[in-house]
Design a binder for this molecule. Structure first.
Ligand code: HEC
Length: 170
């Protein structure tokens, strides 16, 4: 008698686990495991706060040192001075891939309808290959949010595209 009870208990456990698995699979198939496009509700002030956390205020002097170290081999910081990469004068707010004399990769040209916001610069500098798959900027990326913030602060000192009516022609 005891073994029949154990058999039933065993079968019940196996069946329950099986059903839990099936339910889990069905649930996962119906509800995708991604963040919702729009939050169900928003707490006033939270969105701004999280953007500020993501993009810390950088130190432009430290950024200048980093720029010489990491970017200077391929970029000049004055308008009209193209080298391996395009010049970075007024890059903050500048339209992506907009130096007319520079020959960009199709990957970057495809983003030309957008401008370089701080968030985009940060995403780009985290991993150029991820931001624009196929880009010719062979730079692995800066994993440190502090270093990116410092660099972006420095890039702001190179002028801001919004301040000019039109970018210099050279
Ligand atoms: C090994 C060379 C190399 C290094 C190092 C490099 N870049 Fe670049 N960068 C490029 C090239 C090449 C492009 C053009 C990419 C393309 O057309 O896909 C580019 C493009 C860019 C652009 C887009 C410019 C535009 O007009 O839209 C930005 C911004 C940029 N680089 C910033 C940086 C910063 C900041 C650093 C330093 C952290 C850096 N790059 C390091 C080669 C480099």
């Amino acid at each position: 008698m005891k073994s029949i009870f154990l058999n039933r208990l065993g079968a019940a456990v196996v069946l329950s686990l099986g059903m839990a698995g099936v339910s889990w699979a069905a649930g996962s198939a119906v509800v995708p495991d991604t963040a919702p496009a729009h939050p169900a509700f928003s707490v006033p002030g939270m969105e701004k706060a999280s953007a500020e956390v993501a993009l810390k205020k950088g130190n432009a002097e430290r950024g200048a040192v980093l720029a010489q170290q990491f970017c200077g081999i391929c970029h000049q910081f004055k308008a009209g001075q193209e080298s391996v990469g395009p010049d970075l004068a007024g890059i903050a707010g500048r339209k992506i891939a907009s130096v007319t004399v520079y020959s960009y990769s199709p990957a970057l040209v495809a983003l030309n309808n957008q401008s370089w916001t701080d968030q985009k610069l940060s995403d780009w500098l985290t991993s150029p290959m991820h931001f624009a798959p196929g880009t010719r900027m062979s730079f692995p990326g800066l994993p440190s949010a502090d270093q990116r913030a410092d660099l972006i602060a420095f890039l702001h000192t190179l002028g801001h595209a919004d301040e000019k009516a039109s970018p210099p022609a050279q």
